[in-house]
Design a protein around this ligand. Structure first.
Ligand code: NCD
Length: 307
């Protein structure tokens, strides 16, 4: 039985298969509409989420399966003091697969060790968010046609943004990727990540100004300042509007530079950018459903050749 804790749990070859499956789902939705008949997905969300939880639920419903779960730790037995290990043992009796989000880093991993069903890490604290990364990679691969040979700018909260950490990890396995980290001094990318890049001889630079570098990017990954991970509100207020991507800055970018964002967006992308055809963050949401469908099928070991 397999779980998904980090995007690195799949080899790049396995990811290719997963993305091929997701692209086939995109083209032939109907073919998959009963693939998970009788199966149940549990969504155990100990931290707020709209997109990710609904994306998982939509994915399972589109496969003909059912969903159950909770979307708030206070409405689960965690509020009574139940451990994640006990909760997952119980969920294992109720469902065939579980997507878990938790504010504590490593909690889904602890759950996986006690689980008798596949567990998917749907975001653990500031650590990892592998299914967002699968979404990001599928979006890039589908719209750019490749996962190598590009310069990607990651902008905003690079310190607390788990989507950023997961994406860098995943992209570090592809050839000729240059990272440009754009953040205020206080929200710089953690050192363990730059150490990993140095060790692998992957080129990166760290800058504060987006204008200075936007012209050379093939991809721009914008992120929100992660308010819930700040120790004090004052720092958040000071940093929250540090970057605002607007039309003027888009005019400085390449004509085929794609703008991605894991969403939710706060102020960091002005709504006027939404109409720019290079803004693909809402398309990204749709790819998120396809890739989660492919992931559920893969982890449940459903034979998709005979659908
Ligand atoms: C992200 C997350 O939860 O880390 N959202 C998501 O799942 N799409 C990004 C964020 O909250 O900023």
């Amino acid at each position: 039985m397999r779980h998904l804790m980090s995007p690195l749990d799949f080899t790049t070859e396995e990811l290719e298969q997963l993305f091929d499956l997701a692209n086939d789902i995109e083209k032939n939705m109907k073919k998959y509409s009963h693939a998970c008949d009788g199966k149940k997905l549990a969504t155990c969300f100990y931290e707020p989420s709209t997109r990710t939880r609904l994306s998982f639920e939509s994915a399972m419903l589109s496969l003909g399966g059912n969903v159950l779960g909770f979307s708030d730790a206070n409405s689960s037995s965690a509020a009574k003091g139940e451990s994640v290990s006990d909760t997952i043992r119980m969920i294992s009796c109720y469902a065939d697969i579980c997507a878990m989000r938790h504010p504590k880093e490593g909690a889904p991993m602890v759950a996986a060790t006690k689980s008798s069903i596949p567990v998917i890490n749907a975001g653990d604290g500031g650590h990892q968010h592998p299914t967002q990364t699968l979404t990001d990679l599928l979006t890039i691969r589908s719209l750019k046609g490749r996962l190598n040979n590009f310069t990607i700018g990651l902008c905003g909260d690079l310190k607390f943004g788990r989507t950023v950490h997961s994406l860098i990890n995943a992209l570090s396995r592809y050839d000729n990727i240059t990272f440009v980290f754009v953040s205020p001094e206080e929200l710089k990318i953690p050192e363990y990540i730059t150490d990993m890049l140095k060790e692998k001889n992957i080129s990166y630079e760290e800058v504060i100004s987006l204008e200075e570098v936007i012209g050379k990017l093939d991809l721009l990954y914008m992120t929100r300042v992660q308010r819930e991970r700040f120790f004090n509100e004052e720092d958040y207020v000071r940093l929250k509007d540090f970057y605002i991507l607007n039309k003027e800055k888009m005019d400085m970018a390449k004509p085929d530079m794609l703008v991605l964002h894991p969403l939710p967006r706060v102020n960091e992308i002005s709504v006027e950018v939404d109409d720019d055809e290079r803004a693909v963050y809402f398309k990204q949401v749709q790819y998120g459903v396809y890739v989660r469908m492919a992931l559920i099928l893969t982890l449940l070991e459903i034979d998709t050749d005979n659908l």
